[in-house]
Design a protein around this ligand. Structure first.
Ligand code: KG4
Ligand code: ZN
Length: 350
């Protein structure tokens, strides 16, 4: 079963052609440079960049997939079975671009549409395979899914294909958002995650400043990162300029330690509360090596298994994960109505 998948939920114009769990081709055309000077994603700039690039991105994934699928009369899309698209959560005017393109192609090539929740995609990113089917391995439900991105932080029970139960989420800022704000204060551009991680590593992952760890001791699986963000802001502003520069690594490191300590504590609690020991981790922050090693240690301790997106591009926004989630929807006969399909910017798991 071949699927063309499209995701334009944030700042990547992404398309992919997948076959089951396998990626045949993908492109994630990033807009980071357009948004960088603003310190975050600007919706109107995102919309325009998606509009300018979407045709190119779809044409390119078709061209690249021709290694695996023989085009019919020069048109590879004739051989595709379904068209999948992210319908939320994300920026309304950005989501619209992908949905419009998906509908246009669905009409032109007479294909059924599949709508996918972007966060569901981040869960499936851990199960995406390359064109040769690597990494192999079957699903062993249930899983605890930890999703940490620029817009979301949540823990979800992934009970079976297409069955999710939200166990907890952030009350305010997402982890990635807080990290981006801290990085900006320290003088680093968007996205800030990679810069913070690098600085922290250079400081030996020390925790000199012991910033607050909001909600770490509570008995719920909810997060809160805005208090930490504010505490960091005022502390940083109170430092003499010289120390701001001299201690930039230590500051980044302590900030990262605070975020990761909360995430780890909540995952320990989630395992305790549910008894579920297999973990999947998705979203941009899942690229963080320190987070990965701490979660690996947790999984080992409880005798569980842990999965991260197997290829680096799968940690960020991409359409391969949307294509793979859509494959399971197609198998379950879950299709979207061409006339009713619309963006749901605040789409969430129940
Ligand atoms: O999932 P994603 O690519 O986009 C959204 O859907 O939001 O997540 C982006 C977020 C940004 O906040 C970025 O700073 C963070 O992921 N991020 C990281 C790292 N790489 C990206 N955070 C921590 N460590 C990293 N290495
Ligand atoms: Zn995302």
């Amino acid at each position: 079963m071949y699927i063309l998948a499209i995701d334009t939920s944030a700042d990547e114009t992404a398309a992919a052609i997948t076959s089951g769990r396998k990626i045949l081709s993908y492109i994630s055309y990033t807009q980071i440079l357009q948004h960088r000077e603003w310190g975050g994603i600007v919706p109107s700039i995102a919309k325009r960049a998606h509009e300018e690039r979407i045709d190119f991105v779809v044409a390119e994934v078709c061209r690249k997939a021709a290694r695996y699928i023989k085009p019919q009369g020069g048109e590879l899309l004739k051989k595709i079975d379904y068209i999948a698209v992210t319908h939320g959560p994300g920026l309304a005017i950005a989501l619209e671009v992908g949905i419009k393109k998906a509908k246009e192609l669905a009409i032109k090539y007479e294909k059924k549409l599949i709508s996918v929740n972007h966060m569901e995609g981040h869960i499936y990113s851990c199960f995406v395979q390359n064109s040769r089917g690597k990494p192999a391995g079957e699903f062993q439900f249930p899983y605890l899914a930890l999703l940490l991105s620029g817009g979301h932080s949540e823990i979800v029970l992934f009970e079976d294909h297409l069955r999710y139960k939200k166990l907890g989420e952030t009350r305010d800022d997402a982890a990635g958002e807080a990290i981006d704000k801290a990085a900006r204060l320290l003088g680093f551009g968007y996205p800030g995650g990679p810069a913070i991680e690098k600085l922290a590593k250079e400081a030996g992952d020390k925790d000199d400043y012991k910033f607050p760890r909001p909600m770490i001791g509570t008995n719920t699986l909810e997060f809160s990162f805005s208090g930490l963000k504010t505490a960091f802001y005022y502390f940083f502003k109170s430092l003499p300029d010289e120390e701001k520069t001299k201690k930039v690594r230590e500051l980044a490191s302590s900030f990262q330690q605070a975020v990761l300590a909360v995430v780890l504590a909540k995952m320990v609690l989630a395992v305790e509360q549910t008894g579920v020991k297999n973990i999947v981790v998705g979203g941009g922050v899942s690229a963080n090596h320190r987070l990965r090693s701490q979660l690996r240690a947790l999984a080992k301790k409880v005798n569980g298994r842990i999965f991260f997106p197997p290829y680096p591009f799968l940690t960020g926004d991409n359409a391969a994960m949307i294509g793979v989630a859509a494959y399971y929807k197609a198998q379950a006969n879950v299709f979207a109505d061409l006339n009713l399909l619309d963006r749901i910017p605040r789409l969430s798991f129940a």
